[in-house]
Design a protein around this ligand. Sequence first.
Ligand code: ASP
Length: 344
Amino acid sequence: MTKSSLLLIYTGGTIGMKHDAEEQTLKPFDFRQILEEVPELLKFALKVDTYTFDPLIDSSDIEAKHWIELAQLLKEKYDQYDGFIILHGTDTMAYTASALSFMLDGLSKPVILTGSQLPIGVARTDGKENLISSVEIASAKDNDGHPLVPEVCIYFDSLLMRGNRCIKVNADIFAAFQSPNFPPLAKAGINIKYYEEYIRKPLDWYQSLSINTKLDTRVGILKIHPGITKEAVKYFLEISHHRAIILETYGAGNAPMKEWFIQLIKEANMSGKILLNVTQCLAGKVDMNIYANGKALSKCGVINGYDSTTESALAKLFYLMGKTEDNEWVKTMLIRNLKGEISK
Ligand code: ASP
């Protein structure tokens, strides 16, 4: 039997840092020496190759061009490996995971993003557990030899979660990510327990991977808040660069009913902009039929984002708008569940 093989892609971020005694700073280490840092990986009967981004990026600098680079790399290496692990800074990991979920079509292998709150070269690091469990999950197969988790996921602090459902919720503790609107796909304890009923499986295990690398990034996010002014809303909605605007609304999708606000939303819709309603709550969904305030938005042509995270909504818009200039088509696709990103 041939050994399973994984590709470990290091993009940057805290996980790949090591203490440099000479300079007394944290510096990225050479990932080709990953086995020296994490010798535990030798215990798996696996071939692990590494690929390092050049230059490495703090994930706060992530842009669509990096997602394209990742998608192209995955496409290029797809047939050579059984699974992929992307080591990524935590700050924008949920955005990258969401984007990849839409950019990769026909995925039948695991793509697991992970990182850490403490560098891997620090004694109390969470990076080793995150990496080692990700390796185990990315190489896990069922009785037919198919990968157990052929999805874009985030693994963090013992939870495997669907990538486009994740949010970074904590800047301090090890449990940095949550998937508030969808159950975890697996939990690592003494054993790794997989929740098969929640894992998406491909229709055809042998299809080839295709990638969508045309992204249209002309999206703005407007967070509604008490005291928001007419001037601010007007300015933001009228920025001509924006083809779509995500409205981060209250609760079940509510916003002020003030006449000026509704009028501005109406005008933005009439001018052809795509307006998508996503809740600023951590969990739950938009339902614009519950309150008059929500209904008013719906009447103005605002599209329901259901229980999408903002991260996923942004990535989905980039992806859909990259496919066409036809905003009406984009709107019809926004309300469809494409990659398990909304509960519908
Ligand atoms: N700023 C870092 C990054 O996102 C933080 C981390 O890796 O956790 O790249």
